[in-house]
Design a protein around this ligand. Structure first.
Ligand code: 4AD
Ligand code: MG
Length: 460
């Protein structure tokens, strides 16, 4: 007999006289001549109720089952006379696969997120974490669907790189050196001796690589893990996160902003339509305004606001910010949140940022002070997307690389794409975990990724 998923059984249209299910006991309740087991197998939020009659051969073992135990149940799917469920299973046989001693760390009571982080290997068995990781899986699929429907090609960009895309130097080194005995040349580490014969790092972004593919295949995207050693212990940063980076050839900043909005709206809509049961949990227990926020996102165009105007709004807001508002400084999270949560009360795309706070590859505007960058800001999170039109002019790009003190030689292949058949192109990066925070109302990024990597935390 094939194992049924509880999700399928709960949506059955008719009774079934023989079903097989396997899962974990959420609760067991003893009644007079029988017991109820609430069983969950991770396929959905809801449990199925299993009725176990005292006539069962191993009934004495079954009634001893506790939260967390694993069982196999064979039996009949019948209409449930009880309230709150349409179907239940009358067990013909219950096999105990694994008991769970009293010290099972996930008891029925509500645990704090902080505590659950310390048992990240078990937290997906809880309702909330089961729900967010099912949504995470669904949205990964939706991301590919979005791009494949629009004929973007998925490019697997390398994890190990020799370049620092963002130029921020927040990179984890990759080496096969024996750290106790590093080869040196004139007192300096001799990377010629290292595995790649040069310095190597984990990627901070697949952008530079994917740009080269945009200039061959047209519209492309990457979706993979990204690593940053920035030592910011915030609720929105991790050392390892997943990023989606589309890149469009023959496109400018307007196209980029339009794609960013369409992408976010598509994913929010997808969550509303395809993850309704799990989403309800978040709307009820995590963020009471969640559905209002999400419906607002899908039903309005995002505000488009030049950086310079954003600064004026912030200056005139009369708000006391921790960080001063100064033209030329980067927007802090408190500024971003003021714009999107209080001032506009909807997502805002800020564009044309000062060149000095943005990466070398962004296209220089005619004013020579700003670049064709755009960040998409959303309520509760702030920046969720960072992108730009890229500098496609060979001479301007070379000038920028030199101005910033980078070595032109390291970028020879990147510059080649501007030398041979250069075209306007644009793209962005969306932080996958920030998207998951947006659709769930979860306020700490550590709670939307299976095993968070943050400064001083590498358990599991
Ligand atoms: O704005 P960022 O740094 O942009 C880039 O990396 C570009 N190369 C993208 C591109 O144009 N192809 O990062 C993009 C997004 C941010 O908006 C944020 O959502 C997320 O990645 N992000 C992080 N998420 C979690 N933890 C971190 N440490 C993050 N750093 C950035
Ligand atoms: Mg950014």
């Amino acid at each position: 007999m094939k194992r049924s998923k509880i999700k399928t059984l709960l949506n059955a249209s008719q009774p079934e006289n023989s079903v097989l299910l396997k899962g974990w006991v959420r609760t067991l309740r003893e009644s007079k001549n029988f017991s109820f087991i609430e069983l969950n197998d991770g396929s959905c939020l809801a449990n199925i109720q299993v009725i176990v009659d005292e006539d069962l051969g191993n009934y004495a073992d079954v009634v001893k089952l506790t939260t967390g135990a694993a069982v196999t149940v064979t039996g009949e799917l019948i209409e449930s006379p009880g309230k709150g469920q349409n179907w239940e299973v009358r067990a013909a046989e219950v096999e105990v696969l694994g008991t769970a001693p009293d010290d099972y760390p996930l008891q029925k009571k509500r645990h704090t997120d902080e505590y659950l982080r310390t048992i990240a290997h078990l937290r997906p068995r809880s309702n909330k974490y089961g729900a967010i990781f099912r949504i995470r899986s669904k949205l990964s699929y939706a991301i590919h669907q979005f791009f494949q429907e629009r004929d973007f090609k998925w490019i697997h960009t390398p994890i190990i790189t020799g370049s620092d895309c963002e130029g921020a130097g927040e990179m984890f080194r990759v080496t096969s050196f024996d750290l106790e005995n590093v080869p040196k040349q004139n007192g300096k580490v001799d990377f010629n001796e290292d595995f790649f014969g040069k310095e190597a790092n984990l990627t901070v972004s697949g952008q530079l690589s994917v740009e080269t593919f945009a200039t061959s295949l047209g519209d492309v995207y990457t979706f993979g893990p990204t690593f940053r050693s920035e030592n910011s212990n915030t609720s929105r940063h991790m050392a390892e996160f997943w990023m989606i980076e589309p890149e469009m050839a023959f496109a400018d900043l307007q196209d980029d902003m339009a794609l960013g909005q369409e992408f976010i709206q598509y994913l929010v809509n997808y969550t509303i339509n395809e993850c309704a049961e799990d989403l309800e949990l978040f709307a009820k227990f995590v963020d009471k305004n969640l559905m209002t926020t999400l419906n607002n996102i899908v039903s309005h165009d995002f505000v488009r606001l030049p950086y310079t105007e954003a600064i004026t709004i912030l200056e005139q807001s009369g708000k006391k910010f921790e960080y001063d508002v100064v033209w030329g400084n980067d927007l802090q999270s408190e500024h971003e949140r003021f714009l999107t949560e209080e001032h506009f009360k909807q997502p805002v795309i800020v564009y044309d940022y000062p060149k000095d706070i943005k990466a070398f590859y962004m296209r220089m505007n005619d004013d020579e002070k700003t670049v064709a960058a755009m960040d998409i800001l959303v309520p509760a999170i702030g920046e969720i997307i960072g992108g730009s039109q890229r500098e496609e002019r060979h001479d301007v790009l070379t000038r920028r690389i030199n101005e910033l003190g980078f070595d032109e030689v390291d970028y020879w292949w990147y510059l080649d794409t501007r030398k041979y058949g250069t075209v306007p192109h644009a793209g962005f990066g969306l932080g996958f975990e920030r998207l998951l925070m947006l659709v769930s109302g979860i306020s700490n990024i550590r709670d939307v990724i299976p095993f968070p990597r943050t400064p001083k935390h590498l358990e599991f």
